[in-house]
Design a protein around this ligand. Structure first.
Ligand SMILES: C[S@@+](CC[C@H](N)C(=O)[O-])C[C@H]1O[C@@H](n2cnc3c(N)ncnc32)[C@H](O)[C@@H]1O
Length: 201
């Protein structure tokens, strides 16, 4: 059965894999499964974002659409005096991200099931990271971008990775509309992937 990776409750039979990955110099052993995004290895776009993201060691970070956890768990290593909140709509992804945090000895991350920002209503962060769910549609992706403003502290920033052919120009235009033209920067690109940073000024 083919099923999209953003089901709340995947029905696909479990087929777990172990992934060994080095992210920003830290070794991770991650478990993934059928019914979650990029089961066979850390997604290239996620790797590009992980390679470029920058924040303070004590940052309060949000990883929106965490999947089995590569971005949020790498962020937790980079912010050892901070904290990472990891959210996903997919309950299988949430369980895996929790398991992966524990298996890698990460104590400064919390994982919750959430539709977009629902579980962090009223909370603000220094950093929001996302490899957005393109397949869920433009409306969902644009909500991630526009509602980020309500969840960032002044001086905080949203970092996203998006493929050129999967809507990078439209995402950049949306970020400029929401954050202001001068607040949005293209931090880098790798193959077809762009990294955008939008700052809350
Ligand atoms: C492109 S994947 C990235 C996953 C993970 N960050 C990674 O790097 O492997 C996007 C994630 O967004 C999640 N997602 C889709 N719709 C969502 C929603 N409405 N609220 C929260 N998460 C959602 C999907 O389940 C998926 O795990």
């Amino acid at each position: 059965m083919s099923e999209h990776y953003y089901s709340k409750k995947p029905q696909t039979a479990s087929d777990r894999r172990t992934i060994e990955a080095e992210l920003r110099g830290y070794r991770f052993r991650l478990t993934s499964d059928a019914g979650v995004f990029s089961r066979d290895g850390v997604d290239y776009g996620s790797r590009v974002l992980i390679g470029m993201m920058e924040f303070a060691e004590d940052a309060e970070v949000l990883d929106l659409g965490c999947g089995y956890g590569p971005i949020g768990l790498a962020a937790a290593r980079l912010a050892p005096r901070g904290h990472v909140t990891m959210l996903d709509i997919n309950e299988r992804a949430v369980a895996l991200a929790r398991e992966n945090a524990a298996a890698n000895g990460i104590v400064n991350a919390t994982v919750k099931q959430s539709d977009l920002y629902e579980a962090v209503a009223g909370r603000r962060f220094d950093v929001i990271l996302s490899n957005p769910p393109i397949r869920a549609g433009k409306a969902v992706v644009h909500r991630i971008l526009s509602e980020a403003r309500d969840h960032l502290r002044p001086g905080g920033a949203l970092w996203i990775v998006i493929q050129n052919k999967q809507g990078a120009p439209s995402a950049k235009a949306k970020l400029q509309e929401v954050f202001g033209e001068d607040a949005v920067a293209e931090i880098g690109k790798d193959k077809g992937y762009r990294i955008y940073r939008a700052e809350m000024v």
